[in-house]
Design a protein around this ligand. Structure first.
Ligand code: ADP
Ligand code: MG
Length: 703
């Protein structure tokens, strides 16, 4: 079969209701090695026929086989591949890529080729072709610095890059003077003679047609005459290049570098286009970091008010249907505290509390603090409380039941006035305790209770030395209510032996109580965060139920209280803030995205001819789509990266200048990248799709 076979090809254009017939049942065969001149008056259909032959257009009727392949049955993708592999184009107006060197113009068709070729090989091939057309010393020149004849020679070299067996030239000398024309035609003749390249040349000039071996004359869409002047060039058939599918990775990197080049050609515009995204992302990042910082500091403030605290109370006893109220049985032990702090991941720390309400005396002053807490040093961490002076007692003090204590500010004021209490001894229920330190001021709690009216001591000391009620199951508050421990006028001899005395200190020391009988009044715990509260409660519940050997279905013998309302208020504030930020972020990103879409659309219009050219040399619509989409995504990524940088800088500046708390948000940074890529895809898709839908012929003609 011949290289080209046409059977009754016809073509007409439809404009409204009017049909303009251009080609009328053309039947034609062109063999390998021929040099054909298509001649005819202007408007006779030469260009239309050539576009059909070049697989840029499809006929209205008839059949076309190129190298034994039925072109009519091919889709756009397959035709693009065919153009890339078998056809080279030379245009009247050269159609070189502007602001691109001659060498890079030559390399462009390889981007879309299915042939696997290394960068070094490609470079070598381009250089040797430029040498061949006599432009070895103009490789780095851009088209604007080349003469018309030189530009056309670059275009001829470009058409040869994919080593096609077939070259179409539409009025290649139309824009050249007669001497340059002769040079270009001589070049084509050499190609035909020495390499057997089949050349189909469209011209209306007899002098040009003289160079061809065969002249086909067309008039009104019909073949009017077909004159063979010379037989086809005799040559050894060049082996067809085996085409292999190019790896998706190398294709992607090609697309990436093409897109980068496209963007670099107009750096300022690219930067301005990305400005919307930059501002959007920067403001999101800055706001996220500042917002996170203030959320954290609010959280800390609320946490110091005790929002993350949990209190476990012993359960109530019921006897014959009569409940004695919460705390009427002592079910909590010091071991429960250890278990809670060790076995509950959502619990950051836990401490026991043994309460006492009794009189504290220093010198001639006395005072009944609202809280005397026996606890461990962990108490301070749980309550987020610090020392203002001196030190907290230690775990060792707790183990040894040492008589040491730390005082709240109120007690210091009431008992010591201006004196320094550290190292002094106060008497708690007549037991001497050495003051180790002073707590920082905390003020009233949410219930209006003065939190500084407090004495902290090792729980062992309070339990065994002050309360001395380790054996009794009596409720502490009940004991306190009786006021029996407070010096009043009714009790003239406060130190006198009662009827059933508690154990003396030496008795306690000699006969330590069996540990399992020791009870504590409360367990104070703190969850790792406000969000972890429910988990902490669940974990404490399951640990305590197991320790207390409660069967399923049996009620808890303890109860847990938390400050649900406070933590709810906190989390609703943070959620609102986050949502607000999200809305702002979305708006700014949509604005940025529209900006990108706008500029991309302009860019597609502006580069219509470039798109047409890329399609002519073998770019499939999918590749064009890929390229413009990549450009949009690159722009967005660039905008995102710069935006993140600016946002971070703003946050750093704000925390530095205004002393606002900020916090780096990795989530925000990752999200910013994801979002900018998404914006690129969403808003870049339409322009890219528009570019890929362009018709190569009208794109090439676009002014
Ligand atoms: P030429 O032989 O000068 O290259 P063309 O092939 O370009 O002629 O055009 C042949 C005829 O087809 C002309 O009359 C032209 O008006 C018409 N034609 C070409 N392209 C279109 C089109 N896209 N829509 C309608 N008519 C067209
Ligand atoms: Mg024409």
């Amino acid at each position: 079969m011949e290289l080209i076979e046409l059977q009754r090809i016809s073509k007409y254009y439809q404009t409204g209701d009017i049909q303009t017939p251009v080609l009328d049942e053309i039947t034609l065969k062109i063999g390998r090695g021929e040099f054909v001149a298509l001649m005819g008056p202007s408007g006779s259909g030469k260009t239309t026929l050539m576009n059909l032959l070049g697989c840029l257009d499809s006929p209205t009727g008839g059949h076309y086989w190129l190298d034994s392949e039925d072109v009519g049955a091919m889709n756009l993708e397959a035709r693009a591949r065919l153009r890339s592999m078998k056809i080279g184009f030379i245009f009247q107006n050269f159609n070189l890529l502007a602001r691109t060197t001659a060498l890079d113009n030559l390399l462009m068709p390889l981007t879309y080729s299915t042939e696997k070729i290394s960068a070094a090989e490609a470079w070598k091939r381009a250089v040797s072709l430029l040498e061949r057309v006599g432009l070895a010393n103009r490789m780095d020149h851009e088209p604007s610095r080349l003469s018309g004849g030189q530009q056309q020679r670059v275009a001829i070299a470009r058409s040869l890059m994919n080593r096609p067996p077939l070259i179409f030239a539409d009025e290649p000398t139309g824009n050249l003077d007669s001497r340059t024309s002769e040079e270009v035609l001589a070049l084509l003749e050499t190609l035909n003679r020495e390499e057997g390249v089949t050349i189909i040349l469209v011209t209306h000039d007899e002098n040009v047609a003289r160079h061809a071996r065969r002249i086909i004359r067309i008039r009104d869409g019909r073949v009017e005459a077909d004159e063979v002047r010379l037989p086809p060039a005799d040559f050894e058939q060049a082996p067809t290049i085996p085409s292999s599918p190019v790896g998706i990775l190398s294709q992607l990197s090609e697309t990436l570098s093409t897109s980068l080049t496209g963007l670099r050609r107009n750096t300022l515009r690219a930067a301005l286009t990305a400005l919307g995204i930059i501002i959007g992302i920067a403001s999101v990042i800055a706001m996220m970091e500042i917002g996170n910082g203030s959320a954290k500091s609010i959280q800390r403030t609320v946490a110091s008010m005790g929002a993350n605290n949990l209190t476990v109370f012993p359960g109530s006893a019921a006897s014959g249907g009569v409940s004695f109220g919460s705390g009427s049985v002592m079910t909590l032990t010091p071991e429960d505290v250890i278990a809670v702090s060790n076995e509950c991941p959502a619990v950051r720390a836990a401490a026991p509390i043994v309460r006492s309400r009794t009189q504290v005396v220093f010198g001639n002053k006395n005072w009944v603090p609202s809280s005397i807490f026996g606890t461990t040093p962990a108490f301070l961490e749980i309550r987020d409380w610090s020392m203002s002076q001196g030190e907290m007692f230690t775990d060792r003090d707790v183990r040894n039941a040492n008589k040491v204590c730390v005082l709240g500010q109120r007690i210091v004021k009431e008992l010591f006035g201006e004196q320094n209490p550290i190292g002094k001894e106060i008497r708690i229920n007549n037991v001497p305790f050495q003051v180790r330190g002073i707590l920082s001021r905390k003020g009233a709690n949410m219930m209006g209770m003065d939190q500084d009216d407090i004495v902290l001591a090792p729980w062992t000391a309070i339990k065994f030395r002050v309360s001395a009620s380790a054996l009794s199951n009596a409720n502490q508050s009940a004991a306190a209510a009786s006021n029996s421990n407070v010096n009043t006028l009714n009790k003239v001899y406060p130190g006198s032996t009662s009827l059933y005395p508690g154990r003396s200190e030496s008795q306690v020391a000699n006969n330590p109580l069996p540990v399992r009988f020791v009870n504590i009044d409360q367990i104070l715990a703190v969850s790792t965060s406000a969000e972890a509260m429910p988990q902490a409660i669940a974990q404490i519940t399951s640990v305590l139920r197991e320790r207390h050997r409660l069967q399923p279905g049996e009620p808890d013998d303890f109860s847990i209280r938390d400050m649900t309302e406070v933590s709810k208020a906190l989390s609703s504030t943070t959620t609102m803030m986050t949502n607000l930020l999200l809305v702002v972020a979305l708006i700014s990103l949509v604005v940025g995205g529209v900006g990108i879409m706008n500029i991309m659309l302009v860019s597609v219009t502006e580069r219509t001819r470039e798109i047409g050219l890329r399609m002519a040399v073998g770019a499939s619509p999918a590749r064009i789509l890929q390229q413009f989409l990549t450009e949009a995504i690159l722009l967005c990524f660039f905008g995102g990266a710069v935006g993140i940088l600016i946002g971070r800088l703003t946050a750093i500046l704000v925390s530095w200048l205004l002393r606002w708390p900020t916090e780096v948000s990795i989530t925000a940074i990752v999200a910013a990248f994801a979002v900018s890529a998404t914006v690129g895809i969403l808003f870049g898709y339409y322009p890219a799709w528009k570019a890929s839908r362009l018709d190569p012929i009208s794109a090439l003609r676009y002014e």
